[in-house]
Design a protein around this ligand. Structure first.
Ligand code: PGA
Length: 250
């Protein structure tokens, strides 16, 4: 069965609640495509206003992070129950900015994935190599390791419903997109890794996004690659361009 494409915006630390509502209004007529799952992954403070602003549309609510404990003395953190309560369907976990600036390890990401699944929230697990790793030729080993640790203890049935985003760090926010072939090569290797951990059914079902300077111009070719099932979009998700990406097949 063909995998449905999933186009997710990662707003990062942008958009006040007021701006978030306005952006939802701007994008509303532009992001209607029944062939695609559309997600806005937004800052925690925007979750409630955005959930209201997307009522009655095809857009799904996503968060950008989550803690792996249920509740308690974890000042500043957001729990999975809090996300589920406001209608969050997806959560970005292990983005390279979280790993790089906030010291998140693959073990942390693994705990978060398991907890999100417990609450029925679909994890979008990010992985990706640095420029140095690419130049040293260790990209595949590094990504395989991130995927294997991230998915420890996740069952095949659970894994089938999850999303992995391949985001080379050197392509994020730089305007330097991976070539179609580079992106496909790694997304394919991720699928092979999932087949190794589980089986070919699981590998065929899981959705793998590319992220890193995807935009209105380059999206069509990237999304035509056989192992690229969608995009995780930063900069271009804050503009009407996002509608062009969602409608890449029109
Ligand atoms: P970008 O960000 O599209 O601005 O490169 C992608 C991401 O970090 O998810």
């Amino acid at each position: 069965m063909a995998r449905k494409k999933i186009i997710a915006g990662n707003w990062k630390m942008n958009m006040t609640p007021t701006e978030a509502k306005a952006l939802c209004e701007t994008l509303k007529p532009l992001v209607d495509n029944p062939d695609v799952d559309v997600v806005y992954c937004v800052p925690a403070i925007d979750l409630v206003p955005v959930s209201e602003a997307i009522q009655g549309t095809n857009v799904n609510l996503g968060a950008e992070n989550m803690y792996f404990e249920e509740k308690g003395a974890f000042t500043g953190e957001i729990s999975p129950a809090m996300l589920a309560d406001v209608g969050v369907k997806y959560v970005v976990l292990g983005h390279s900015e979280r790993r790089g600036y906030f010291g998140e390890t693959s073990e942390d990401v693994n705990k978060k994935i398991l907890k999100a699944l417990e609450y029925g929230i679909v994890p979008i697990m990010c992985c990706g190599e640095s420029l140095e790793q690419r130049e040293q030729g260790v990209t595949m080993d590094f990504i395989r390791q991130q995927v294997k640790v991230g998915y420890m203890g996740v069952t095949a049935d659970q894994a089938k419903g999850t999303v992995i985003a391949y985001e080379p760090i050197w392509a994020i926010g730089t305007g330097r997109t991976a070539s179609n072939e580079q992106a496909e090569e790694v997304c394919k290797a991720i699928r092979e890794t999932i087949a190794e951990i589980y089986d070919s059914d699981t590998a065929e079902a899981i959705r793998i996004q590319y992220g890193g300077s995807m935009n209105a111009k380059n999206c069509k070719e990237l999304l035509a690659m056989p192992d690229i099932d969608g995009g995780l979009i930063g900069g271009a998700s804050l503009k009407p361009d996002f509608g062009v990406i969602v409608n890449y097949n029109k």
